[in-house]
Design a protein around this ligand. Structure first.
Ligand code: IPM
Ligand code: MG
Length: 354
């Protein structure tokens, strides 16, 4: 297993270090897992003057899978957009054609009280959000800034999807639903946007190939509301890049903390970039406070999706459950008065459980 580790910025190196300990623990013989390390985002800008430099691109192409911490930080906020850390993330997704972003929102029973919703609304929650990741308004052309005829400044972006892009993400949605509870909800804004009208047509046509899957369509504003009203009505959600960006942050709160949720970004051959869905948390960076669980669960996804090693994925997830059941909590998932442990101590506990 050739794995490239990109710690990134902020809390990235702290959380990724704990994940690397997990990798070392699960390897059954030396050399089974070959790690290499690189830079992405602000760290890459500092070293090479670009958030996704050729050095990293080369490493990324050679790896079977990539584990990323997180990118960004206030230090880079004043840089021109083209070299900001987030552009590094967008560039690696596009460069490797990682079009399918899987973001599970699972509530561990031990954390029911950490959710922002009532325990009975979220108990047993298990949603898979599938977000298209290389198209939409994130990449559509033209985009930019200009001065209009009246001499006023304008900013503009283009929402865009081609049929083939919708087909391939819809297929991932249906296939995923087939392996779960056979319910797929496609989220769009077809009452307003032409892009969404095409999206809905294509998903509906595709549905004919999957007669066993119960397909529904929902406008994104309604979906945002339903996610906090009755989240357990969802099994698999498939949606475009920007709607998925927003809905997956919303769903993370149902699961107690954004520090708990992993993600996988896959290409057509299951090569993948795995990362926690949270950001670089500059306010707590370097303080041994960050929750490494989302990163460690991202490794479990890597074992499952890229390496077909469900045994290792189950082991990692089992260890996390055991540690949560034993009451170990980082600050983000602790209830008032519960003792709080640090990033390293959480890593110790998970490695111990393994
Ligand atoms: C995410 C993030 C990124 C996105 C940013 C950092 C570019 O919010 O992975 O959800 O918008 O895709
Ligand atoms: Mg986001």
């Amino acid at each position: 297993m050739k794995i490239l580790i990109l710690p990134g910025d902020g809390i990235g190196s702290e959380i990724v270090s704990q994940a690397v300990r997990v990798l070392e623990k699960i390897q059954s013989s030396p050399g089974e897992i070959a790690l290499s390390f690189g830079v992405l985002g602000g760290a890459a800008y500092d070293k090479h003057g670009h958030p996704y430099p050729p050095e990293t691109q080369q490493q990324a192409r050679e790896a079977d899978a990539i584990l990323l911490g997180c990118v960004g930080g206030p230090k880079y906020d004043t840089l021109p957009r083209a070299v900001r850390p987030e552009q590094g993330l967008l560039a690696i997704r596009k460069d490797l054609s990682l079009f399918a972003n899987l973001r599970p929102a699972i509530l561990y029973p031990e954390l029911a009280a950490s959710s922002s919703l009532k325990p009975e609304v979220v108990a047993g929650l298990d949603i898979m959000i599938i977000r298209e990741l290389t198209g939409d308004i994130y990449f559509g052309q033209p985009r930019g800034r200009r001065t209009n005829a009246a001499g006023e400044d304008e900013g503009f972006d283009t929402m865009h999807y081609a049929r083939s892009e919708v087909e391939r993400i819809a297929r991932v949605g249906f296939e995923t639903a087939m392996k779960r509870n056979k319910k797929l909800c496609s989220v769009d804004k077809a009452n307003v946007l032409d892009t969404s009208i095409l999206w809905r047509e294509v998903v509906t046509e595709m549905g004919k190939l999957y007669p066993e899957v119960q397909l529904s369509h929902m406008y994104v504003d309604n979906a945002a509301m339903q996610l906090v009203r009755a989240p357990k009505q969802f099994d698999v959600i498939v949606t475009g890049n920007i709607f998925g960006d927003i809905l997956s942050d919303e769903a993370s709160m149902l699961a107690g903390s954004i520090g708990m949720l992993p993600s996988a970004s896959l290409d057509a051959n299951k090569k993948g970039l795995y990362e926690p869905i949270h950001g670089s948390a500059p306010d707590i960076a370097g303080q041994n406070k960050a929750n490494p669980i989302a990163t460690i669960l991202s490794l479990a996804m890597m074992m499952r999706y890229t390496f077909n090693r469900n045994d290792l994925a189950d082991r990692i997830e089992g260890a996390v459950r055991k540690v949560l059941a034993s009451g170990k909590r980082t600050g983000d998932i602790a209830q008032f008065g519960e003792p709080i442990i640090g990033t390293i101590e959480m890593g110790d506990a998970i490695v111990g459980a393994l």
